[in-house]
Design a protein around this ligand. Sequence first.
Ligand SMILES: *Cc1c(COP(=O)(O)O)cnc(C)c1O
Length: 380
Amino acid sequence: MEFNTKTIHGGQSPDKAYGSVMPPIYQTSTYSQTTPGGHKGYEYSRTHNPTRNALENSFASIENGNYGLAFGSGLAAIDAVIKLLKPGDEVISTNDLYGGTYRLFTKVFENFNVKFHFVRMEDVNLIESHINNRTKLIWVETPTNPMLNIIDIKAISKISKQNNILFAVDNTFATPYLQRPLDLGADIVMHSATKYLGGHSDVVMGALVVNDETLAKQLYFIQNASGAVCGPQDSFLVLRGIKTLHVRMQRHCENGRSVANFLLNHPKVERVYWPGLKSHPNHSVALQQMNDFGGMLSFTSKGNNFDAAIKVVEKLKIFTLAESLGGVESLAGHPASMTHASIPKEVREKTGVVDSLIRLSVGIEDIDDLIADLKQALDD
Ligand SMILES: *Cc1c(COP(=O)(O)O)cnc(C)c1O
């Protein structure tokens, strides 16, 4: 089955009771038994729920994996992965990381004596110097947020296999439409399904997909034991979202390209960060591992003025000033005053998060309206 068919049919079959094409929303916590243990495979909805299972099968299918798991949020999914570890274990992670992931690693799991090394992974050679016999996990985000750096998944998979280290990729920004980390050698792929998989900014959810049966069993155990599962209504919404993932992503990519080119030629714009541009420092890696380049991009303005950047995001009318990304509607954010406000200026500027940086999640509206909106906000 090809990808564009998997988004609609992957892991799905009509409901056995009445043949409904979409799985019913099994809004139930428990299931009747004829005799103790005499049930139809479902006992309690933290452990199993038919609507959630339909979604988990879809997750596995679109990521070319054997096992899918759904969680109450992206961070709950990451939390489950780190719970595979023990005190004293070490993790090597991308340095330009989603802020919530960084917070979970440093403010929660460091208290349990798990040690994290944050490494600039665009240079994969920097990873090996941090590996020792306690290194149990390499955590990669690519493209990164908000700088859109690209990290070579295949090269890291080689290092992880040589050293017998688990390798996980946060595939939220790319989605399996653009890049499939398991095919490139990762052991675990993770999503904030809140973003492109759900696609409509109406649900918070997380996903994991793996190939290995033993690893899947450990993660299912943690999913049930820790209990950060999602409900059947949200499972239904994300399953519905995934059915249009390929058509939405196609348009996100087209609009992303047009916006990147518009910004590149705008006299006030200094730099545009979009992995599809030849000028992007990791463009060649992006070409190798991605099918297209997506709708996420960031840009800076000449003069690097904090107040001028705030004015631009305030003046946008179709782009909504908001956190999050990956929905059908276009969003804009100002990392220095929003997502990265708590990081000292000197520290954030080292990774490129300067005062004038604006991040866009380019939606699937008419491209002429999007460009006119950016034009009126930037001109003036
Ligand atoms: C949003 C996001 C997360 C966290 O997911 P939630 O669903 O908000 O918990 C993790 N990684 C990336 C790249 C994200 O964009």
